[in-house]
Ligand binder design. Structure first.
Ligand code: ZN
Length: 617
């Protein structure tokens, strides 16, 4: 019998039943066998004392007890195959974040998927169907940070993909630390840009694993987008992302002074350039894509340099225009195909999952987001993207089969935010939106009206910026005029509440004073970080975009379409099943920490997903 009475079951191909399986003990390396060992490890409280004198004597003592007549209890324990996760871990955790993925894409396109991709994960893994973000500004930076830090912007500090800094009178990027010396390395036009995870105020699950393992565990993160790679990689990992200027993958001096040899060699394969010779056409006959709207419709934006938004999309033709760069690849499925190739290369070259401590590999699939922004969730292009992603996933899982047993790796798949349908499309379906017409930008309307109102009411222009959900007032001017800041904030809230496309506004004073635990105000509070947030937080009615005009959509709102994402676990000893329990992506980090035996991230506020862990009676 193996330690812990677990069943070793390695055969793992699609269609196999899913059993609990032993991994190896990478961290504690407990050397126990037989009944005494099983009993010993059934007592998690004994783990701490294992290396003490008492602990060394204990197996012998227990063996005596076991031989003395508790074989019945032993047999029961064995029959129940208790999972003793404190004694073992996966060798490799793979986090796959599909940027802007809505949960309905699993089911809408189900009939188009093969057996080896999404269906394999769903038929053998565990799906959380009611996962929603706990913060209000649903965007890539805050989302990726939430997944791996296990908390919200209120704690991790990343309130948006960018935010306005009054002292600089400009917005900064979520992965830009203005006074930092860490700059990109290996890039073209972007070379020298400040990039690091320094704005993220807490540790990630990968950081904790790295420190806990005596710095043996490695965390490697790849994405087309810098922020996805950097925030998933944490402070102690390494991160590589796509440079549109050169078509190469690059990093920052925060991680290392030059690219590793294997990445240099990967870049020299010039795959991006090769992929940019392709034409993006539907992978299957387009008439079979009955789950999406006609390709020719008024709600989509053509790719840069194209006149029409319809298939086919000749990338070589687009690239012939002088202003185009390799970033075009990121608006096609081929960007994520390239990323999977990079992930495979990194996994082999860095020997991830082959060390004596567990490693983590994060894959941030960004093309999904760009395609969603251009064409919307109802489009043929989104359908084609997910049909292709299913194939990429199947290839990647087959690659893992070639290199690992299934119980050796643990996959978690989620999204950094969801997406809403194109507002104009909903408007034409007679579903209310906050838009009277689709040619004016509502944020601009809001800015002008608020500016005029504050001018009339207080005799001065007191508005600095509306950035995301944050309204920044001119605090210096308010102090000079000896106005009451709280009164100006209240007036701002009252005025914004009078605009019919505004669903709500709340002053920082109220957020400082009250603990909203539910609903939109609860989410807004979870997005509030006093040193970075505005004086007033404002959010628009559902199906309303503040920043964009016609034929364009995305995310960023505190409403269900943008909050709702899948959480899917697969591999290791994940049971097969699904749950509709209300959970959040910020529950993923502590769940992984439980599987890895590592400490929770420093600011963690989520809870481990107990459906995956509980094995008691
Ligand atoms: Zn986006």
């Amino acid at each position: 019998m193996r330690a812990g009475g677990l069943i070793q079951r390695c055969a793992d191909r699609p269609g196999d039943s899913h059993d609990h399986a032993t991994g190896r003990s990478y961290i504690l390396n407990l050397d126990t066998n037989g009944a005494a060992g099983a009993l010993l490890m059934a007592e998690s409280t004994m783990k701490a004392s294992y290396r003490s004198t008492f602990g060394r004597l204990l197996p012998g003592l227990l063996l005596v007890v076991a031989l003395g007549g508790i074989s019945l209890a032993n047999a029961e324990r064995e029959a129940e195959a208790p999972r003793l996760s404190h004694e073992q871990t996966p060798r490799l955790v793979i986090g796959i974040t599909v940027d802007q993925m809505r949960p309905d894409y699993f089911y809408r396109f189900w009939n188009h998927y093969g057996d080896g991709g999404f269906k394999r994960l769903l038929n053998h893994g565990f799906l959380f169907r009611n996962a929603k973000y706990r913060h209000s500004h649903t965007a890539t930076g805050p989302g990726h940070a939430a997944v791996y830090t296990g908390t919200t912007p209120r704690v991790h500090g990343l309130i948006g993909n960018r935010w306005y800094v009054p002292a600089l009178d400009r917005q900064i990027n979520v992965v830009e630390v203005p006074d930092s010396d860490f700059v990109t390395v290996g890039g073209g036009a972007a070379a020298g840009e400040r990039r690091s995870p320094g704005n993220m105020m807490v540790t990630t699950v990968g950081d904790e694993l790295h420190i806990y393992s005596g710095e043996r565990s490695r965390v490697l993160s790849v994405s087309m987008k810098d922020r996805s790679a950097i925030l998933s990689g944490g402070h102690t990992g390494s991160a590589y992302w796509f440079d549109p200027a050169t078509g190469n993958f690059i990093t920052s001096t925060f991680y290392r002074s030059e690219l590793p040899d294997w990445l240099r060699a990967f870049n020299e394969r010039r795959l991006a350039r090769e992929f940019l010779q392709r034409t993006w056409e539907p992978a299957r006959p387009i008439e079979t894509y009955v789950e999406s709207r006609p390709d020719r419709n008024p709600y989509e934006r053509p790719l840069p340099g194209m006149f029409r938004a319809t298939f086919p999309k000749d990338l070589a033709e687009i690239m012939r225009q002088p202003t185009m760069d390799a970033g075009v690849l990121g608006v096609t499925p081929f960007g994520d195909e390239l990323l999977f190739e990079l992930a495979r290369t990194a996994l082999i070259e860095e020997r991830l999952g082959r060390g004596d401590a567990p490693d983590m590999l994060m894959i941030g699939l960004s093309a999904a987001d760009s395609i969603g922004h251009y064409f919307g969730p109802a489009s043929k292009q989104i359908q084609d993207y997910y049909i292709r992603l299913d194939e990429y996933l199947a290839d990647f899982l087959a690659f893992l089969d070639d290199n690992f047993e299934r119980h050796e790796y643990l996959i978690v798949m989620t999204a950094d935010h969801g997406a809403h349908y194109v507002p104009q499309y909903l408007h034409d379906l007679r579903i209310p939106t906050g838009h009277e017409n689709f040619h004016t930008r509502l944020n601009e309307v809001m800015r002008q009206l608020l500016r005029q109102h504050l001018q009339r009411r207080f005799g001065s222009d007191l508005l600095l910026s509306i950035s995301g959900q944050d309204v920044h007032l001119d605090r210096r001017r308010i102090a000079e005029m000896q106005l009451d800041l709280a009164a100006v904030r209240r007036e701002t809230v009252h005025f914004l509440h009078g605009l019919d496309f505004v669903a709500g506004a709340i002053s920082a004073d109220t957020l400082d004073a009250a603990e909203f635990t539910e609903g939109v105000r609860g989410r807004v509070l979870q997005n509030y970080f006093p040193a970075r947030s505005g004086d007033v937080m404002v959010w628009l009615t559902p199906h309303t975009r503040g920043d964009l005009g016609t034929g364009f959509t995305g995310h960023g709102t505190p409403w269900t379409n943008d909050l709702h994402v899948p959480i899917l676990f697969y591999g290791y000893d994940i049971p097969h099943g699904q749950s509709s329990a209300p959970v959040a992506p910020s529950d993923i980090a502590s769940t992984l920490a439980v599987f890895l035996n590592s400490p929770f991230p420093s600011g963690n506020t989520g809870n481990p997903l107990n459906d995956l862990i509980y094995r008691g009676r």
